[in-house]
Design a protein around this ligand. Structure first.
Ligand SMILES: [Zn+2]
Ligand SMILES: [Zn+2]
Length: 256
């Protein structure tokens, strides 16, 4: 039993074989995957896929890369989309000071507004943070009561603690399998079992031994195995527990 807590199967990279990709995910033991929106059109595409395939659940949000391009009424549009029962979170949202594709003040404004929306709707927030873990945690503190996950975690153990201490889930991609990612493996060791999640962030971040290829949800098994090895846990137990964590945090009930 596995859940891919973050991917982008509704994007163009899967136009040629989306149904086969989702069939392989089911065959690999996935019981759910979250298809994550990065702007308004991709949020609509995530929701459309979630309406069409019961394995898929949607999130709606604006990525920090896209913060500079949001329309004035983006929050109203997100709120309307989030009313759909297959939307389980707001995001991805956050700060990306590595790429700085949007001016930092725009990133902060769009991030804070979405955190407030997540709290208002009582939905978890999916955080995308790069080179800004400290500042993003401070902005989270400005919105008391908001909850969620820090996705594609690539920081240090101390930076991971900023999030799990606040009750946020910490989610790891295939990066944790990369030879150079010793720091990320250290961070993964310290996350409390009930707050650990796994994801692909597909089509990006394919884990070893598939590094460089197009990633897909079924590949999350390699990331889960690496996390189990690093933490000295049984892989089947870790897969089940990370799946249960994702289902609990995102409020997903599977059909009996
Ligand atoms: Zn991201
Ligand atoms: Zn993503």
């Amino acid at each position: 039993m596995l859940v891919d807590s973050h991917g982008h199967v509704s994007t163009k990279r899967f136009d040629g074989d989306r149904d086969e990709v989702l069939a392989r995910a089911r065959a690999a033991g996935l019981v759910a995957m979250l298809d994550v929106g990065c702007d308004l059109p991709s949020s609509r595409a995530s929701l459309a896929l979630a309406e069409r395939d019961p394995l898929v659940w949607a999130t709606v949000g604006v990525h920090p890369h896209e913060a500079k391009e949001v329309p004035a009424d983006f929050l109203e549009q997100l709120r309307a989309l989030a009313a759909h029962p297959r939307v389980v979170a707001i995001g991805e949202m956050g700060l990306d000071f590595y790429y700085d594709h949007s001016p930092r003040d725009e990133q902060r404004r769009v991030f804070r507004a979405q955190l407030e929306l997540a709290r208002e709707l009582d939905l978890p927030a999916v955080l995308h943070v790069r080179d800004a873990y400290g500042e993003a945690a401070e902005i989270v503190d400005e919105v008391p009561g908001v909850r969620g996950v820090s996705h594609c975690f690539t920081g240090t153990a101390a930076e991971a603690e900023l999030y799990w201490r606040r009750g946020f889930g910490v989610s790891f991609t295939g990066v944790v399998t990369f030879k150079s990612a010793e720091q990320v493996r250290e961070a993964a060791k310290g996350v409390p079992p009930e707050l650990l999640l796994v994801e692909t962030d597909c089509p990006f971040m394919a884990p070893v031994p598939l590094r460089g290829k197009r990633c897909e949800p079924a590949h999350v098994v390699h990331t889960a195995r690496m996390l189990a090895e690093v933490r000295g846990e049984d892989p089947d137990v870790l897969m089940r527990r990370t799946a249960e964590n994702a289902l609990r945090i995102f409020g997903i009930s599977l059909p009996a």
